[in-house]
Design a protein around this ligand. Structure first.
Ligand code: RP5
Ligand code: MG
Ligand code: MG
Length: 280
């Protein structure tokens, strides 16, 4: 299981610097490590309480949510295995984060997302572009800039209750990278047609915990990252990218090991570089 970094020892996102995580040194991350001084900050944002897409506070549930199972339409299963419940609260499978409560996440326990990774070969006048140092062809992927942190990231999003992953992958890509929500009916039909071609054949490259800056001791992000490679660059490769919904930018980025992306998204791309034997 992953060693989380981006959800420790910093200010909690979207709180104007007001919510600060209790310090968790590397050797105190594990729940097995004794940390008697541990006094995590309690924080559940008012912007999640009472939202239709979010859980209730645990004291308000008539009966406790069914942990580690599909609970009605809500998937409370973690792909990391069975998580523990302590005093009624689910425990982050990667250990301490310095915050208890849900922060700005909607669900107690796992919050499931899906990340589409759309790739094409970098071309110059119809020729492949090779990296000078590695000698390997350069691959590009579609990245969006996140509004919350300004960081570049995969155009992923939350799986709606009862939604199948393949739908989430397409929906989030179309919303964030193609601005579908603002398109005319005519354009929507065109875009959907192109998307179907490329999204019908995906390869799962990652399933598990995300080292997301929003994670807390009781709520965390998990994702399924799926590769959609446009080998000839004639499908998504020709669609005009346009940032939409909560994305403030969108572009094709060259794969390279020095990329700095949101959460642990760079590690998903490393897996793809190995598979497609491209520059890394
Ligand atoms: C990350 O947050 C996931 O990998 C996914 O990219 C994203 C989903 O959250 P939102 O984009 O909906 O905020 O943990
Ligand atoms: Mg979204
Ligand atoms: Mg998103």
């Amino acid at each position: 299981i992953m060693f989380h970094i981006k959800c420790r020892n910093n200010v909690y996102p979207k709180t104007d610097g007001k919510i600060i995580r209790f310090h968790v040194p590397d050797d105190k991350v594990s729940w097995n490590a004794q940390y008697p001084m541990y006094n995590p900050t309690l924080f559940t944002s008012t912007c999640v309480v009472g939202q239709p897409w979010a859980d209730l506070n645990l004291s308000e549930f008539d009966s406790q949510p069914s942990w580690n199972t599909i609970d009605g339409y809500v998937n409370r299963i973690s792909s990391t295995g069975i998580y523990k419940i302590k005093n009624g609260y689910p425990l982050n499978p990667c250990g301490r984060t310095g915050i208890i409560g849900r922060g700005i996440l909607g669900r107690w326990g796992p919050n499931h997302a899906a990340d589409p990774i759309v790739t094409r070969w970098k071309k110059s006048n119809n020729d492949y572009v090779f990296d000078k140092n590695s000698g390997k062809p350069v691959l590009q992927f579609v990245a969006i800039q996140r509004e919350d942190s300004s960081e570049w990231a995969l155009p992923g999003g939350m799986v709606d209750p009862g939604e199948v992953i393949s739908t989430t992958l397409k929906r989030e890509f179309m919303e964030e990278a193609l601005d579908l929500l603002q398109k005319s009916e005519e354009d929507v039909i065109k875009i959907r047609k192109e998307i179907e071609k490329i999204f019908n054949e995906g390869i799962e490259v990652y399933r598990g915990y995300v080292d997301d800056p929003r994670n807390t001791d009781n709520a965390w992000m998990e994702t399924i990252a799926t590769l959609f490679h446009d080998e000839k660059g004639v499908n998504v490769g020709i669609l005009k990218l346009q940032a939409g919904d909560d994305a403030i930018g969108v572009k094709w980025i060259d794969l390279d090991k020095n990329l700095k992306l949101y959460a642990n998204h760079t590690s998903f791309l490393e897996e793809i570089a190995t598979r497609l034997k491209c520059h890394w």
